[in-house]
Write a protein of this length. Structure first.
Length: 134
């Protein structure tokens, strides 16, 4: 037995019947006619859902493609940034190497200062003996 709300012929069903041009024939029982209307209404709603689903799928595909393009663009920017950081790192390594060379040169100079002072003192001492008045 059909549920009571299906047996009530409501205004929405009447509007749908007018739209679909399906009219009750005298040979059709009322419940069959209502079931026919319900089936057509279900088919119409199913078509709407399918169209909407296709639109959502198309929009989702569009968004995925757009996101892929943006992610590729961001990846390219990060690669450029990585290349710049590698150049900066190479420059820092070169600077540290030169600082190390400067340290070695300063260390050599520090050990050369006493030798230069000894030579100067020897020259001054020799000159003072040469000129014995000093």
């Amino acid at each position: 037995m059909a549920t009571p709300h299906l047996l009530n012929y409501n205004k929405a069903m009447a509007n749908f019947a007018e739209k679909e041009k399906t009219y009750k024939t005298s040979s059709q029982p009322l419940t069959e006619y209502r079931l026919t209307l319900l089936e057509k209404n279900y088919d119409r709603l199913e078509n709407k859902v399918d169209k909407l689903s296709d639109k959502v799928d198309a929009r989702f595909d569009f968004l995925v493609d757009k996101m892929d393009k943006e992610s590729k663009r961001v990846d390219a920017r990060f690669e450029k940034i990585d290349a710049r950081f590698e150049r900066v790192d190479a420059r820092f390594e070169q600077i540290f190497k030169e600082i190390g060379n400067v340290r070695v040169e300063m260390h050599k100079m520090i050990w050369q200062i006493p030798a230069v002072l000894a030579v100067l003192m020897t020259i001054i001492g020799g000159l003072s003996k040469l000129f014995h008045w000093i």
